[in-house]
Design a protein around this ligand. Structure first.
Ligand code: CA
Length: 537
């Protein structure tokens, strides 16, 4: 029944984002590294994942934590060497774990050799690899605002022109209208694909192109401070991106079983913009919708977000789902509720791993790892340095993994680059491995169940009417049917169930065996997550 021969790892499997500096430190310098990830591959294999999205590891001055690349064909010494990377690939593949790299090509670091050449003179052959313009009326060429505040234009005294940066001034934007830039990036993709990399997570795809006519963005109060109070009509999501994505895709399609997942910064545009980047199934294989990261706790909100997202997925596209990543506070921190927090973590786990679409976990999620508390002196993230204390940056969710209750939580032999969570004596892998009711063991069982049941990997999704506080949905595939009941509330509820069918418990937080389902419905415990299967035996 469950032997499906066409298992597509990025579609039917479970993926996990790893922030390389925070997973495991193998050489005692306080920073996680590639050898550290290699040492923990058995742990990841036991967890049951099919792939890792590895945060950026290319050489970088780390002005933006590696999202400012100085050499696309290198490994930053913090993380190790190219030999370490090749070993990681080989060892991961041995265990059936795929590796997706972060590819950050909207911009480079200002320390990249290309930019150094580009800014050296107006007639340098690399001049047009970036966007340079004269000013207008004694000021910059347009009113465009960078996403992190300030204008997008930086004056270059030496060549007496402005260069464009959508983010920090240390991150000049590549000129994606220059054919040489495109060819160089595509050749870089091949460089990694030839090594055996299984795909790419493409950073902020919808910023690559900007308006060629240099029209000003209109003022918008609703756009808020991070968008510089303007509607980004001419600075993101410009026409022409489809052609670039088709080219990206054709490079990937030169190889077998490779994929790309797009990060699309949607802001006011909503998840429709992200869905559009899947095209007719011929652009990105997957694109992130971040709505869940901003959805308030509660069955109704979660159900509405999923309904909206599924409705937008193009016919040949495929959803992917994410609760936490390196840019937003971890889900257990967003949804913390005192002593109920770990119960909520299990509800979220059951939700993510029984939805239709590829689950993207975030390392530490499987032990219910909350953010670390960050004080001013701890801040590493430039955003936090710029805007403290109004915006404290993203260090809290990039915190070190907690492996045991020993010194440094078993992450490193020295003080880690970012602080540990204060609760590490309880929230750690070793303690949770011993506890059959831990969040970690629940994740393991859920992932194993998803692997075992094609209906969870491939089935249709349909919301089922439910009592307030409960989210219930059916997953159906061929003649299989699974019913998922998630109680987001800390109180008892009743869920109506089709009592003409016989149901068996596949997995649940509060019960392991058949419970009475009468015509009045099923009594659901507070924060219960329950996965039922129609019993046809
Ligand atoms: Ca290290």
């Amino acid at each position: 029944m469950s032997a499906e021969t066409d298992f597509i790892w990025w579609k039917h499997g479970v993926l996990c984002e790893i922030w390389p500096r925070s997973f495991y430190d193998s050489n005692g310098d306080g920073s996680g590294d590639l050898q550290g990830i290699i040492r923990k591959l058995d742990y990841l294999a036991e967890l049951g994942i099919d792939g890792i999205w590895l945060g950026p590891v290319n050489a970088s001055p780390m002005v933006d934590s590696g999202y400012d690349v100085a050499d696309y064909r290198s490994i930053d010494p913090i993380y190790g060497t190219m030999a370490d990377f090749e070993l990681l690939l080989a060892e991961a593949h041995k265990r059936g774990i795929h590796i997706i790299m972060d590819i950050v090509v909207n911009h480079t670091s200002d320390q990249h050799a290309w930019f150094k050449q580009s800014r050296s003179s107006r007639d340098n052959p690399k001049r047009d690899w970036y966007t340079w313009h004269d000013g207008k009326k004694g000021g910059p060429p347009t009113n465009w605002k960078a996403l992190v505040g300030g204008g997008t234009w930086e004056w270059d005294k030496h060549t007496q022109q402005y260069y464009l940066h959508s983010f920090l001034k240390a991150q000049p934007d590549l000129n994606w209208r220059n054919p040489q830039v495109k060819q160089e990036i595509y050749s870089t993709l091949r460089f990694w694909l030839d090594k055996g990399v299984d795909g790419f997570r493409c950073d902020i795809l919808n910023y690559f192109l900007k308006d060629e006519e240099l029209r000003d963005n209109p003022f918008s109060l609703a756009a808020g401070i991070f968008n510089g109070f303007q509607k980004h009509l001419y600075t993101r999501s410009q026409p022409g991106m489809e052609e670039i994505l088709l080219e990206f895709r054709s490079v990937l399609d030169e190889y077998k079983d490779r994929m790309m997942v797009g990060e699309v910064y949607v802001a006011q545009d909503g998840p429709a913009m992200a869905a559009a980047y899947m095209g007719k199934g011929d652009l990105c294989h997957l694109a992130f919708d971040f709505d869940l990261l901003f959805t308030k706790w509660g069955a109704e909100g979660f159900a509405a977000t999923m309904k909206r997202w599924y409705a937008l997925i193009p016919e040949q596209g495929w959803p992917c789902n994410v609760l936490s990543n390196h840019d937003q506070p971890r889900a257990v921190t967003r949804y913390a509720a005192g002593t109920d927090t770990m119960q909520r973590a299990k509800v979220m786990a059951a939700f993510l791993l029984t939805l239709k679409g590829t689950p993207f976990m975030y390392y530490g999620e499987e032990i219910g790892l909350p953010n670390s508390k960050i004080t001013r002196k701890d801040v590493m993230d430039t955003i936090g340095k710029m805007y403290w204390p109004i915006v404290k940056g993203r260090d809290g969710e990039r915190n070190p993994m907690q492996w045991n209750a020993g010194p440094q939580a078993g992450f490193s032999s020295v003080k880690p680059w970012l602080p540990l969570n204060a609760d590490y004596s309880e929230i750690n892998v070793e303690a949770q491995e011993k506890d059959p009711l831990s969040v970690l063991n629940f994740y393991r069982r859920l992932i194993a169940l998803r692997r075992e049941k094609p209906v969870l990997q491939r089935g249709g999704y349909e919301q089922v009417p439910s009592d307030k506080g409960i989210m219930a949905y059916r997953r159906t595939y061929r003649n299989e049917e699974i019913l998922v009941i998630l109680n987001f509330a800390g109180e008892r509820k009743v869920q109506a169930i089709d009592s003409s069918k016989r149901w068996k418990v596949l997995l649940g937080t509060q019960r392991s065996s058949e419970s009475a389902i009468d015509k009045d419905g099923l009594a659901v415990y507070p924060y219960e997550a329950l996965i039922l299967e129609e019993d046809k035996a």
